[in-house]
Design a protein around this ligand. Structure first.
Ligand code: ZN
Length: 360
């Protein structure tokens, strides 16, 4: 993260706290940082690359999603490619610090923009692989005019620029004004990066399982059921006992729920836990080892469903339910929970899902 970015993130956090309260939890642009365990680190210009196994690097340290760089005998496979084309180019530049081999495959863990917005920087020689649903979603959902992009980026960044512009006009202190100016330049750069996005779907798809034999390395792409979206991929390295979970499980951070299939998500995570792994590389937040963190998220989901369903039964609107729902008993596992409330986008989805599934 560049200094400008940190200041922006801090300013954003300060600005959002009074309005969004616990919602910052599900912000697609939330802070990410490295793994607490001591892995060798190569600090690139933008990304922090942690060597978690021979030829496997966990790329973090940017405001958007994490990526995983898997260096094989001949070439490189990436898991997710950033929140903008600029992020993808920055990742490609930083990868050169650890390998001269070319990227030939990219896996999109799911269709959300912060995992796929780098797709457009790759030429036809690169296979972009995703579950069939990822291709369908990117081709048909108008992803730049729907959630999670709208609240997380599409409406947020122009509003931030507007606020900063007004603050600069009103600020009398020269040093504070200069700081606000720097934040404005950073926000304008972020807006330009987002405006460059042209959603590109995967050019290779699969339905339930795809096994790639890359020389001595086996890479399994697994669809274990609907959950975070209708088509998420786990990237599993059986020999290294590593699994990349995308946003199906983000460890101690709560995942976005606006496209969720709630009870199926819990079942999918049960299947995940049956795999033999000892390191999880999530799409946001830090790496972790303990399967009990996945169980903690399942428990949060169960509670979210039960309490949200009860509020709907009482005739409470989805947006009011998002303010009222009390999940503070999960704060020990998810430190971002400070008070009652949840992301309204998740609650709206729960209400829609209850209607779709005919639950009362
Ligand atoms: Zn996502």
């Amino acid at each position: 993260m560049t200094p400008g970015r940190s200041k922006l993130t801090l300013a954003l956090a300060l600005m959002l706290v009074p309005v969004l309260v616990t919602v910052t939890a599900s912000f697609a642009c939330a802070q990410t940082s490295g793994t607490p365990a001591a892995f060798p680190v190569t600090q690139g210009k933008t990304y922090r690359l942690e060597k978690v196994a021979e030829g496997v690097y966990f790329a973090t340290g940017v405001p958007g999603s994490n990526s995983v760089v898997i260096v094989n005998d001949q070439d490189v496979l990436l898991v997710d490619d950033g929140t903008s084309p600029a992020a993808a180019r920055a990742l490609l530049a930083d990868i050169k610090l650890v390998t001269p081999k070319p990227v030939r495959q990219v896996v999109n863990t799911h269709f959300h923009y912060d995992h796929t917005a780098g797709n457009q920087v790759f030429g036809p020689e690169v296979e972009i692989i995703g579950n069939q649903f990822v291709r369908t979603a990117i081709q048909t959902f108008d992803v730049m005019h729907r959630e999670p992009y709208l609240t997380s980026q599409g409406n947020r960044v122009p509003a931030l620029i507007d606020t900063l512009t007004k603050q600069i006009a009103a600020e009398k202190d020269a040093a504070k004004k200069a700081d606000l100016q720097r934040q404005l330049v950073s926000a304008q750069a972020e807006l330009r990066a987002l405006q460059e996005i042209k959603p590109v779907p995967p050019n290779v798809t699969y339905d339930s399982k795809l096994v790639l034999q890359k020389g001595s390395r086996e890479i399994q792409l697994l669809f274990l059921g609907r959950g975070h979206t209708a088509g998420d991929t786990f990237v599993y390295l059986p020999k290294e006992k590593i699994v990349c979970t995308g946003d199906e499980d983000e460890g101690a951070r709560l995942a976005y729920m606006g496209d969720a299939y709630f009870d199926e998500w819990i079942a999918t995570l049960d299947k995940l836990k049956q795999l033999d792994f000892n390191l999880v590389l999530p799409g946001h937040s830090v790496a972790f080892r303990d399967k009990s963190q996945i169980t903690a998220f399942q428990s949060y989901l169960k509670d979210f469903i039960a309490k949200g369903t009860a509020l709907k039964k009482q005739g409470v609107s989805a947006d009011d339910a998002a303010k009222k729902i009390d999940l503070t008993s999960h704060a020990k596992d998810f430190p971002q929970i400070k008070e009652p409330g949840a992301d309204p986008r998740g609650m709206r989805r729960l209400y829609a899902w209850l209607d779709e599934t005919g639950r009362k």
